[in-house]
Design a binder for this molecule. Structure first.
Ligand SMILES: O=C(O)c1ccccc1NCC(=O)[C@H](O)[C@H](O)COP(=O)(O)O
Length: 219
């Protein structure tokens, strides 16, 4: 089975080059002002050019207004929107219609019953991104480097298309793949040397770890 890999929170040409060289299927840009990964829409538009035809460019927003999203869509030309706030199913449907773009809805998970949150979005969101709940005191809804218990995904219906995210890194990706067998994975702080600073060597190391884990499972 193919595995989608999203490297999120890109801000530099070097990080983008490492993500593409490793074989990322998705590259993410953060449009949340409080994030150390925030990037201006026009700069994201410049960076995303390298990904055209190679990886899908994802605009990550949090309860964004139409006006803010209009600017992002115009300047960055994303292939996909990731909604990482408390957007309702109605809002997801509205934005899909407004921009004609697929939407990945992020949902925070802590325990198996949190998967019930997915139900109202089925048939509306194109994909889910399952992330850990932010730790107390964090101002960020995502990008906290915190993992949840991946075993709660193991019983999911095979028809649910999602990315597993939250606290992934080169050391734990093998366990995550083994326990949840996800169709996609997403990583941000696990390939950073400091908050918001992507490290091309860590990106390369992460892809190596993913390949090694998949080779082990195929053997
Ligand atoms: O990364 C951020 O700073 C961020 C801020 C606000 C909303 C979402 C954000 N990140 C979204 C992502 O898709 C991250 O890759 C995901 O939460 C996993 O992050 P990490 O645990 O650091 O790998």
């Amino acid at each position: 089975m193919a595995l989608d890999i999203k490297i999120c929170g890109l801000k530099t040409d070097q990080a983008m080059a490492a993500a593409l060289a490793g074989g990322a299927s998705h590259v993410g840009f953060i449009f949340f002002a409080k994030s150390p990964r925030y990037v201006e829409p026009a700069e994201a538009g410049r960076l995303r050019e390298a990904a055209r035809g190679r990886a899908l460019a994802v605009a990550v927003t949090v309860d964004a207004t139409d006006a803010f999203l209009d600017g992002i869509v115009e300047r960055m030309q994303p292939d996909m929107l990731q909604l990482h706030g408390s957007e309702t199913p109605e809002r997801v449907a509205e934005l899909k219609a407004r921009y004609g773009l697929p939407v990945m809805k992020a949902l925070p998970l802590g325990e198996a019953s949190d998967l019930d949150r997915m139900e109202p979005f089925i048939g509306i969101a194109d994909r889910f991104l399952f992330d850990a709940k932010p730790p107390k005191g964090s101002e960020l809804p995502g990008g906290n480097g915190v993992a949840f218990d991946w075993r709660i995904l193991a019983g999911l219906d095979g028809g649910v298309d999602y990315m597993l995210s939250g606290g992934l890194n080169a050391a734990n990706i093998g366990d995550a793949l083994r326990l949840a067998n996800p169709p996609g994975i997403d990583i941000s702080s696990g390939v950073e040397s400091a908050p918001g600073v992507k490290d091309p060597a860590l990106i390369e190391q992460f892809f190596r770890a993913v390949r090694a884990a998949r080779d082990d499972r195929a053997a």
